[in-house]
Design a protein around this ligand. Structure first.
Ligand code: NAX
Length: 328
């Protein structure tokens, strides 16, 4: 049997954690051949709740789950980790300024980046889910100088999955008829879900839709504001769908994207498509050999250019703000 892979999950006692851990333990994150050891990181007051979740994990008797560790110390939780899902974050509360939010999250993601740098396994792969995800990922990455920068990613896969479902409904097709529908920019209201290169049963999706008003006034805002719509309907933010997207993101990263399919992920920009080098922005990506690579050589039309630039400008502002606060 294979040696178990250490998977660290932060915010393990939260609602995404509750939807995520059982799927990891059942083999859906890394595949049915790979045993996992879960390492849960929580803040001290939530340790007891994390223990409760661990009891339930035990009670599932998952054959692939080789053990569970729980800690409130990042140095312990990231020790030997090959995959780290950074879910726990400080939410924006009423009256909180953006600077306060970035500062509070800097206080979480800086020590976590350092702990990853000093204790994680050499093949560590990090997915940041906790918001503001792209900038939190940047903070962690900047404090892990010994880890290749491309091992730090931020989640826009939920946005991508939301876009697939909206487009499928519009065209009366199934999501499996769609390919190459991707998210550019920040995981925020400025994100750009792009039909420009998407295909529906082999046909260009923008041409299949042929409705620029729907694209601008319906599709893009519906995808970008879906999180708020879920809160409105459910009385709680997206949890199972967020966990599902995290599974998709890591599964594709490790096992490779399917032929002819593009994923979306926030990855460190290499300057592609005019996105400033070093910021963590969402791009169309493919994965082979355990590495996400930005899809190259795409024509960017004028509408897309404006949308990408606007979202990237927001990421640059966030980066400058955390720099100004001394967080990177
Ligand atoms: P919850 O509030 O249910 O859970 C968060 C958990 O994180 C809590 O148990 C808390 O104790 C823990 N935590 C806080 N600080 C921590 C620290 N320093 N170390 C370890 N654990 C810590 O939130 P949940 O609904 O699970 O959402 C988690 C994060 O995901 C939020 O930041 C949320 O905004 C973000 N989301 C990101 C999405 C994305 O697409 N990138 C979509 C879903 C979600 O909104």
């Amino acid at each position: 049997t294979r040696t178990p892979v250490n998977v660290t999950v932060t915010g393990a006692a939260g609602q995404i954690g509750y939807a995520l851990l059982f799927r990891i333990a059942s083999g859906q994150l890394l595949g049915q051949d790979t045993p996992v050891r879960l390492k849960l990181l929580e803040i001290t007051p939530a340790l007891k709740a994390a223990e409760g979740t661990a009891m339930e994990l035990d009670d599932c008797a998952f054959p692939l789950l080789s053990g569970i560790d729980i800690s409130d110390d990042p140095n312990v939780a990231f020790d030997g980790a090959s995959v780290a899902l950074l879910v726990g974050a400080r939410p924006r509360t009423k009256g909180m300024e953006r600077g306060d939010l970035l500062e509070a999250n800097g206080g979480i993601f800086k020590p976590q980046g350092q702990a990853i740098n000093n204790h994680a396994a050499d093949d560590i792969r990090v997915l940041v889910v906790g918001n503001p995800a792209n900038t939190n990922a940047l903070i962690a990455q900047q404090h892990a100088p010994d880890v290749p920068a491309d091992r730090f990613t931020a989640m826009t896969r939920l946005d991508q999955n939301r876009a697939y479902s909206q487009l499928a409904a519009k065209l009366g097709v199934t999501v499996s008829d769609i390919r190459k529908l991707v998210i550019w920019g920040n995981h925020s209201a400025t994100q750009y879900p792009s039909l420009a290169h998407a295909e529906v049963n082999g046909k260009n999706a923008a041409e299949a839709v042929n409705d620029q008003a729907w694209l601008e006034n319906d599709f893009i805002p519906t995808v970008a504001k879906r999180g708020a719509a879920i809160i409105e309907a459910r009385g709680a933010s997206s949890a199972a769908s967020a966990a599902n997207a995290a599974i998709d993101h890591v599964y594709d990263w490790v096992n490779g994207t399917a032929e002819g399919q593009w994923a979306s992920a926030g990855v460190v920009s290499d300057g592609s498509y005019g996105v400033p080098e070093g910021i963590i922005s969402s791009f169309p990506v493919t994965s082979t050999g355990g590495e996400y690579e930005i899809v190259q050589g795409l024509d960017i039309d004028e509408f897309s250019r404006g949308r990408i630039d606007a979202s990237v400008a927001e990421l640059v502002e966030e980066r400058d703000a955390v720099k100004g606060l001394g967080l990177i």
